[in-house]
Design a protein. Structure first.
Length: 405
C-alpha cells in the first residue's frame, strides 16, 4: 500500500510538472506577432473612420459657406453647357447681372416708399454694390522707337496688384492699332498682335518678353498701343483683368520711355462693319439671319487667305447649334449673301442674342477679325434693329453693324 501510495503521488507530481512547463519560443513569438497584427488592423480602421468624419465636416462647411452664391456659380459655369464665344458669354453675364440688380432694386423700393423713382442704370448699381474691384492693378513697361530702323521696341513688362485671391497664371496681349479716317466713328486697323509668355503662380509677374513692331515714321502719330493683362486658364477662356492704352505720338525718337500705368476697364475697338438682315417667322417659330456683306481693315497680305463667318444664337439661356458660312476670299469688301435659319421659342418670349464672328483662316491656324452682337438687350443700333425685326413680321430688315475686337 505504501508503494502504491508513493507511485500515485509520483504520477500526480509528473502531471503537475507537465502542466507547469513553459511554452516554447516559437509559440511565444507567434502569439506576439498575431497580437501586433490585430493592433495594426484596429488602428487602420480607426484612422479611416476619422478621415471620413473629417471629410464630412469639411463638406458641410463648404455647403454652408457657398449656399448663397451657388446660383451665380451655376450661371457662370454651367448655364450654357458648351463653350461659348467671348461676346456671347459677356452678354449672358450682363443679363444675369441685370436680373440680380433689378431684384435688389425692387426690394429696396418696397422697403423705402419715399423714393419716387428707381434708377435704370443697373451697371452703376452693381458697381456700387461692390461687384467690380476698385483697383485692377498696375502695369510697367518701356518703349523705344528707332527711326533709322522704323521699329518700335517694347520691353520690361511687369505687373502687380492684380485682382486675384492668390497667385495666379497671367499673360499680356499686345496689339498695335492704327486710326483710319472713315465715316465709321473710331475705326481702327489692327496692324500687329503679340502675346507674352505665361507666368505661372506669381503675384507680381515679370514677363521678360521683347516685342518689335515694324512702324513707319509717318504712322507713329496715328498709332495706339493696347496692352491687355489676362488671367490665364488652361481649361477655359482667359479672363481680361484690365488694359492700358498708349498714344505713340508721345514718343520721341531714340529715347526710351518708361511708363507705369493703372489698368483700366477693357473696351472694344471697331475694326470694320457687317451688313446683316433679320427676319421674324412666328408661325414656324424661327428666325432668319442673313449675312450679306462685310468690310474689314486688315493691313496684312491676304492673297492666299480666306475668311468665313460663324453665327451663334442663344435664347433664354438656351444655345442653338452654331452655323458657318462658306469660305470667301479676304478682300476689303467680302460678299457672303447667305441666310441661316434658327429655331426660336414662342414670339412673346423672344429675348435672344445673335453673335456673328468673322475669322481669317490660314493653312494651319485661324485669326479672329471681329464680332458683332445683336439682340434686345444690346445697346443702340443692335437693339433698334431687333425691335424693327419684331415689328416687321415675315419681312427682312437689313442694317450695318460695327465689327468689334
Amino acid at each position: 500500500e505504501e508503494q502504491h501510495t508513493i507511485q500515485k503521488s509520483s504520477v500526480m507530481l509528473d502531471l503537475h510538472s507537465s502542466r507547469m512547463l513553459p511554452f516554447s519560443n516559437t509559440w511565444k513569438y507567434g502569439i506576439l506577432a498575431l497580437a501586433i497584427l490585430f493592433l495594426l488592423v484596429a488602428l487602420t480602421i480607426l484612422t479611416c473612420q476619422l478621415c471620413q468624419l473629417q471629410k464630412c465636416n469639411r463638406t458641410r462647411k463648404k455647403k454652408r459657406c457657398h449656399s448663397r452664391g451657388w446660383v451665380r456659380m451655376k450661371a457662370v459655369n454651367g448655364i450654357w453647357g458648351k463653350k461659348m464665344p467671348p461676346l456671347l458669354h459677356d452678354a449672358a453675364k450682363q443679363s444675369n447681372a441685370d436680373i440680380k440688380a433689378s431684384t435688389l432694386m425692387l426690394g429696396r423700393s418696397q422697403e423705402l416708399s419715399s423714393f419716387s423713382e428707381i434708377p435704370q442704370d443697373f451697371s452703376s448699381t452693381s458697381s456700387d454694390l461692390g461687384l467690380l474691384p476698385r483697383s485692377r492693378g498696375t502695369l510697367k513697361f518701356s518703349l523705344l522707337y528707332c527711326r533709322e530702323r522704323c521699329e518700335l521696341l517694347l520691353t520690361g513688362l511687369e505687373a502687380w496688384g492684380l485682382p486675384s485671391r492668390g497667385c495666379a497664371d497671367s499673360a499680356v496681349r499686345v496689339r498695335l492699332l492704327r486710326h483710319i479716317p472713315s465715316h465709321i466713328p473710331g475705326l481702327q486697323c489692327m496692324v500687329q498682335e503679340w502675346k507674352s509668355q505665361v507666368v505661372k503662380n506669381c503675384c507680381r509677374p515679370a514677363f521678360g518678353d521683347h516685342f518689335v513692331f515694324s512702324l513707319q515714321d509717318a504712322e507713329v502719330e496715328k498709332s495706339t498701343l493696347k496692352l491687355e493683362v489676362q488671367r490665364f486658364d488652361k481649361y477655359s477662356r482667359n479672363a481680361v483683368l484690365g488694359e492700358v492704352r498708349v498714344t505713340l505720338s508721345e514718343l520721341k525718337a531714340s529715347q526710351s520711355l518708361v511708363l507705369c500705368k493703372e489698368l483700366q476697364k477693357t473696351t472694344k475697338d471697331v475694326v470694320g462693319e457687317v451688313l446683316v438682315s433679320l427676319k421674324c417667322l412666328p408661325i414656324s417659330q424661327r428666325i432668319e439671319v442673313g449675312l450679306l456683306k462685310a468690310k474689314t481693315t486688315s493691313p496684312r497680305s491676304t492673297a492666299e487667305k480666306n475668311v468665313y463667318a460663324r453665327i451663334d444664337v442663344s435664347c433664354r439661356r438656351h444655345r442653338e447649334k452654331h452655323q458657318k458660312s462658306r469660305p470667301r476670299a479676304h478682300t476689303p469688301l467680302i460678299i457672303f449673301n447667305e441666310t441661316f435659319l434658327f429655331h426660336m421659342p414662342e414670339p412673346p418670349a423672344w429675348d435672344c442674342t445673335v453673335l456673328i464672328s468673322i475669322y481669317e483662316v490660314d493653312s494651319d491656324s485661324r485669326h479672329l477679325i471681329g464680332q458683332a452682337t445683336l439682340g434686345r438687350r444690346r445697346a443702340n443700333e443692335a437693339a433698334d434693329h431687333w425691335g424693327l425685326m419684331i415689328k416687321s413680321i415675315q419681312q427682312p430688315v437689313a442694317k450695318w453693324h460695327p465689327l468689334l475686337i
